[in-house]
Design a binder for this molecule. Structure first.
Ligand code: C5P
Length: 397
């Protein structure tokens, strides 16, 4: 059940807003606390009084309400909740979300939040099908926004098709799923992702081509199975997902410290492409050109985060998963790496030129466990992550 969870409910302007009154009641029946936010358009369909009477708390309705800003600013309001639910989510509100606009309280809360967002769209079928709206839906989905509905059926405007807001019971079920009722509920998983940047001097660094796509997909898949995810990321191209705890680092040393600070964990997934070496004695001043004389860089080895966590310290997670980017002899190299690093599984992939894996959307992986090597077919990084997360959930039992 949604239990003692706190839900920020944004009620947009549509006739389906009447169902949101019932939704408030049902959410509260599960024990959830509901803080309602009524958009200006929403207030044309349901009254602030009805909303606050059902929620049992005041309704927030305008960004420029200075009393509210003094009591609780919009940042705090958007972060105090465990989940943000937008019901009804109008085409206008979704367009604002997709574009990152923040011109009123609802859109500002949605832009400022670090929590997961569940939308229950409601609009006329033509509006739903319109390419502009479908573009926004695709954008929001790729941003990690969760959807419930819309359902197909007769609509208040008399037309038929997809566009009806889901029923309150369906939205409550989606809320419970989003609040982590999955097989990894109550589990903590640490995920590393992205490259590391190792400074040469204050303006230059050594890095690699990792985009952070596979690590981000792993964090999303684990989160979607209900895990609490600590996402330790280097400077990646792919932005970190919603609904996970993000720890940003630059160097391998910082990544190791962040991983150790995040322990204990039930599982750890090391998808980061950590730089193997850093420049010894990196200069704290910009190295200048010196009459054709070339600078000499001396390297020293970085800590191996995967090996350290796998073999040292009392806080070893029960499942440690490493990745191995290989350009040749993938299976043999990855099998040796599993033994050398002391981890439980190695997810090996071929990153040779032409494989398109580094920075691409697909991956062809070989999973090495104590049972041997499993060759998976080529699939999207999201599909790889979903399957790995499912295996992790099964292994943790
Ligand atoms: O040795 P190699 O870099 O190929 O090992 C890859 C695996 O080890 C990945 O899981 C990567 O995140 C992890 N690793 C690490 N710390 C390092 C180097 C690699 O955690 N310094």
């Amino acid at each position: 059940m949604a239990g003692s969870r706190h839900i920020l409910l944004i009620i947009g302007g549509g006739i389906a807003a009447y169902k949101s009154l019932e939704l408030i009641r049902r959410l509260r029946e599960t024990g959830a606390k509901v803080t309602p936010v009524l958009t200006r358009a929403g207030a044309e369909f349901v009254t602030p009084l009805a909303v606050s009477a059902l929620a049992g708390v005041k309704v927030y309705s305008d960004l420029f309400d200075l009393t509210d800003e003094a009591e609780m600013g919009h940042i705090e309001l958007s972060r105090a909740a465990d989940l943000i639910v937008v019901a009804p989510a109008t085409a206008d509100l979704m367009a604002k979300m997709a574009a990152g606009l923040a011109g009123d309280l609802a859109s500002t809360l949605l832009l400022a939040t670090d929590k997961r967002v569940l939308v229950a769209p409601a609009m006329n079928v033509r509006m739903w099908d319109h390419p502009a709206n479908q573009r926004n839906v695709a954008q929001l989905k790729s941003d990690g926004v969760l959807f419930v509905g819309p359902n197909e059926g007769e609509m208040a405007c008399g037309e038929f098709g997809p566009g009806r807001m889901s029923e309150p019971a369906e939205i409550v079920a989606a809320v419970e799923a989003a609040l982590g009722q999955g097989p990894l509920a109550g589990r903590h998983v640490v995920v590393t992702s992205g490259p590391t940047h190792e400074p040469i001097d204050p303006v230059r660094y050594i890095a690699n081509r990792s985009s952070g796509a596979q690590g981000t997909a792993m964090a999303v898949a684990l989160r979607d199975l209900g895990a609490r995810v600590t996402f330790v990321t280097g400077p990646a191209v792919v932005p970190p997902p919603q609904g996970v705890e993000v720890v940003r680092v630059e160097t391998a040393a910082q990544m190791l410290a962040a991983v150790q600070a995040a322990m204990p964990a039930d599982a750890a997934v090391f998808a980061a492409a950590v730089a193997d070496w850093r420049v010894e004695g990196a200069s704290d001043r910009k190295i200048k050109k010196d009459g054709g004389k070339l600078p000499t860089l001396n390297f020293t080895e970085n800590p191996d985060i995967l090996a350290t966590v796998s073999t040292k310290g009392p806080a070893r997670p029960s499942l440690v998963v490493g990745f191995a980017a290989e350009t040749n002899d993938v299976e043999a190299n990855a099998t040796a790496k599993r033994a050398r690093k002391g981890c439980d599984w190695i997810v090996a992939n071929d990153v040779s030129y032409g494989s398109g894996v580094m920075g691409g959307t697909d991956n062809t992986v070989t999973l090495i466990t104590d049972a041997g090597a499993e060759h998976w077919p080529r699939m999207g990084k999201t599909a790889v992550a979903t399957e790995l997360a499912r295996r992790i959930a099964a292994a943790l039992g």
